[in-house]
Write a protein that binds this ligand. Sequence first.
Ligand code: ATP
Ligand code: MG
Length: 349
Amino acid sequence: MSVVVSLAERRSAAAPAEPLLAIEDLHVAIGSPGRAAPVIEGMNLEIRRSEIVALVGESGSGKSLTALSATRLLPRAAEITRGRIRFDGADVLAMGPRALDGLRGNRIGMIFQQPQAMLDPTCRVGDQVAESLRQHRGLSREAAGARVVELFREVGIPAPEARVRDFPYAFSGGMAQRVMIAAALSADPDLLIADEPTTALDVTVQAQILRLLHEQCRRRRMSLLLISHDLGIVAALADRVAVMYAGRVIEEGPARAILSAPRHPYTRALIECSLLKRDAGGRLVALPGSAISARELSHGCRFQPRCAIAAQSPHNHDCCSNEPALACCHGSHKARCWAVKPESEEVQQ
Ligand SMILES: Nc1ncnc2c1ncn2[C@@H]1O[C@H](COP(=O)(O)OP(=O)(O)OP(=O)(O)O)[C@@H](O)[C@H]1O
Ligand SMILES: [Mg+2]
């Protein structure tokens, strides 16, 4: 993995302090009433205007549920039990159906891992994108049709005048993701949420889609919440990185600092695993245990059962008995670990 410092990282220095999206102390539980189990506990995340924030972490750590919480699109079994979510100053958790409709369709765009699955196979792709333009922008049929052709051109779909009349089966995975990006951009959103947008695509197509996302963010001054397992992608795109473990952030900060000088042992392990290292027996190095079972710990650091440092360090007692706070270790770089010496007393519970 090459750690490339993004141009956007420099942009963030000038970004205003007021976040576009602020998630504070978010708690989400899943299950039937009375038997719901917490899956997100005390999640904090901020995204500023024009900023690209990457959310990384193992499968099941709560990345998608965090993103879905921001637009109140959680699955039926999941419920927000505590916390605050503000978008451009508005209280998302207090929004009624009309305000939520405006938020989802206009201010926040979303793209997901399986673009083909998001398209209706029985309907021409151009009509599907036009329908959302007519709904959210109130455009006439003709104006929406013309705008879809422009959007297809903008996202690099060849021969857009002809392609709008095709059905989804005629689109490859990469082209279908371009359609989804066009649909998401059609409302000119302030924030795009991209949940594993390239995981289902082959490597060359991945690079094209990522370049497209990066260009669109720069041109539109749009913020991006990028959820990805691929730290190479994160390194190339993100201004800031938040690392999630067992339902909360355990390290966050500038992308360059997190990827080249990670402080939390979990982040270090994640980077090690992403380098596809092999052990002496030639097997791929994998992190033992899982983030999901860590939620069952009633006290201590949730990473402690998997942590080599905790096993030997003088902090061992704290690691087993108390959850560390997310503390500043250098500038805006923060980590939730007893073994990381905090730079200041400023901490977040
Ligand atoms: N619809 C659902 N019903 C039951 N449990 C769910 C549902 N959706 C998510 N969960 C559980 O909530 C936890 C967090 O899920 P989430 O989808 O946010 O993880 P993730 O970090 O996005 O993982 P991945 O990288 O695999 O996409 C997981 O333990 C998951 O099994
Ligand atoms: Mg997910």
